[in-house]
Design a protein around this ligand. Structure first.
Ligand SMILES: [Fe+2]
Ligand SMILES: [Fe+2]
Length: 135
């Protein structure tokens, strides 16, 4: 997969979510560059840490909104976030201990994950939050 580019069709209609998604895409692109450019383990690990940290903060922001607005898919959506964090943390661990290489398959996986999560889950949440704020 090529680099991620945010486009209006990815907008969920809620500013903080769109801004976070743009930032997540930049961080995934950064990791993609580091991996493709054959950067040292420490650099790749640092990019992964930044991504994990930001993704966690973003997921928490979305989850707070879901909880506050009694979003009926809250638990389901939260489980999807948790599964991704677990997966990246595990990849990071295996990478640091030398068990695996982080290659283009990893960034491809992250790229398709973020795009499909935005289109399938976050758009649904965005639509719900917009509906509530217009009441
Ligand atoms: Fe999101
Ligand atoms: Fe989400």
């Amino acid at each position: 997969m090529a680099l991620l580019h945010w486009s209006p069709n990815l907008s969920v209609g809620i500013d903080f979510m769109d801004n976070d998604h743009k930032q997540l895409m930049l961080l995934i692109n950064d990791l993609h560059h580091a991996v493709g450019g054959g950067s040292a383990t420490e650099i790749v690990t640092e990019k992964m840490d930044k991504l994990i940290d930001f993704a966690q903060r973003h997921f928490t922001r979305e989850e707070k909104e879901m909880e506050k607005s009694n979003y009926h898919w809250f638990e389901h959506h939260k489980r999807i976030h948790e599964a991704l964090i677990e997966e990246i943390v595990e990849l990071r661990q295996e990478f640091v201990t030398g068990g695996i290489e982080i290659g283009p398959e990893t960034t491809d996986f992250l790229e398709s994950w973020i795009v499909s999560h935005i289109l399938e889950s976050d758009k649904h949440l965005g639509g719900f939050l917009q509906g509530r704020s217009s009441r």
